[in-house]
Design a protein around this ligand. Structure first.
Ligand code: NAD
Ligand code: MG
Length: 356
């Protein structure tokens, strides 16, 4: 079992526990940070049949009064409609300011539940029980919550920190390989940003046997960055390594290419562009690309530089005339470079050159 204590921007602290069996013991763990109260467990239609019973049993045994709300699995549940129904369900269960919501699932459930908890009664506490690698290494840390609007992803949201995150590594065993690869893309990204040992697990190690370490290292890095820059004015932008291209790829594919897979392609693009511009050695770029491939991720972009640049210019994160692009220098160090949006096409073109 691995335990980390995170500090929120308000100076509150909360635990992140990672290890085997936590869905069976979450009740007593949560009781250590919150005295027994009413809880609403929120889950999705894939996760609930697998894990809801054990979480309910554990919370009940620890003295919590348990309610449940299950939504359809999938990104479509990050909607205003589903959020509204969830808030009504909180009210129906008579949750008060001192009660809590528990998110049992992947990033969709974490984002939806966090948002609902953040606005119900102007904010109640919530706990995360991430069951995907992506939510464990990325989505459950940092306090961002959101739902999608018809006009785009994550357009409505708020910052709301959990009071505890408990990640049962056993739950990753039922995850589809495609979803494991999505999480791997973000973990490899973190390795490139600042943790060569994390990168090495994916380059030469056995990730399936090392999830506790992968998650702990990813959380530690993201937590450090997020603590320094909670609202993404500075260093938090580093976390967007590979993401400018990725967001364009996701949109051009009409979200047929998942986020993690798009991040892998975007990371390969900036790695090649860094080599072309003399920022990184070719050997390091080759190691990045081979490690992504070893993790079952794509590195070849099906779209052209011009169409990607056009989409990127529309991205909400590129509202100003300049955009911050993250370029790898070595495995474990990246730089932030501000450039005019008009320069993106040339950067993407450099990154597409020489792909298989
Ligand atoms: P997800 O929650 O949709 O989970 C992926 C799929 O796996 C779903 O079908 C789900 O039902 C299933 N699943 C979950 N756990 C399982 C398990 N243990 N066994 C079997 N199946 C399981 O998606 P995700 O990839 O976890 O997260 C993506 C979402 O996270 C996106 O909406 C993204 O915007 C968001 N996100 C948020 C942040 C943040 O900082 N808040 C960061 C990254 C991503
Ligand atoms: Mg991401």
């Amino acid at each position: 079992m691995h335990k980390q204590i995170l500090t929120t921007p308000d100076g509150e602290t909360y635990p992140i526990l990672t290890g085997s069996g936590l869905l069976h013991t979450c009740g007593q763990e949560i009781a250590a940070v919150k005295k027994p109260c009413r809880v609403m467990i929120v889950s999705d239609s894939n996760v609930a049949p697998l894990y809801l019973d054990r979480v309910k049993a554990s919370l009940s045994a620890a003295g919590f009064a348990v309610n449940t709300h299950v939504v359809s699995a999938g990104e479509e549940s990050k909607s205003i409609g589903v959020l509204g129904a969830l808030l009504e369900s909180f009210a129906e269960a008579k949750l008060t300011r001192t009660d809590i919501a528990v998110a049992l699932g992947g990033g969709v459930i974490g984002d939806l539940t966090g948002f609902a908890a953040g606005c119900y009664l102007r904010g109640i506490n919530f706990v995360q029980l991430p069951t995907t690698l992506l939510s464990a290494v990325d989505a459950s840390v940092g306090g961002k919550t959101a739902v999608n609007l018809r006009h785009g992803k994550n357009l409505a949201g708020l910052f709301h920190q959990p009071i505890g995150v408990y990640c049962d590594t056993d739950s990753l065993q039922t995850l589809h390989p495609h979803e494991l690869a999505d999480g791997a893309a973000e973990a490899i990204k973190t390795g490139i940003l600042g943790d060569p040992e994390l990168f090495a697990i994916y380059e030469t190690g056995d990730p399936a046997a090392q999830y506790e370490e992968i998650i702990a290292r990813s959380v530690a890095y993201k937590a450090k960055i997020v603590t320094e820059d909670p609202t993404e004015k500075g260093v938090r932008k580093l976390l967007n390594l590979g993401h400018t291209a990725a967001h364009a790829i996701e949109r051009l594919s009409d979200f047929g290419i998942s986020h993690g897979h798009a991040v892998a392609i975007g990371t390969a693009i900036v790695a090649r562009a860094s080599v072309k511009r003399g920022i990184m050695k070719n050997d390091d770029s080759a190691r990045i690309i081979n490690t992504l491939i070893r993790s079952g991720l794509p590195v070849v972009c099906p779209y052209g530089a011009a169409e990607m640049a056009k989409i990127a210019a529309l991205d909400k994160k590129a509202a100003a005339a300049n955009i911050t692009v993250i370029l790898p220098e070595t495995i474990g160090k990246c730089r932030m470079e501000s450039m005019p949006i008009a320069a993106l096409e040339a950067l993407f073109a450099d990154g597409l050159e020489g792909q298989a």
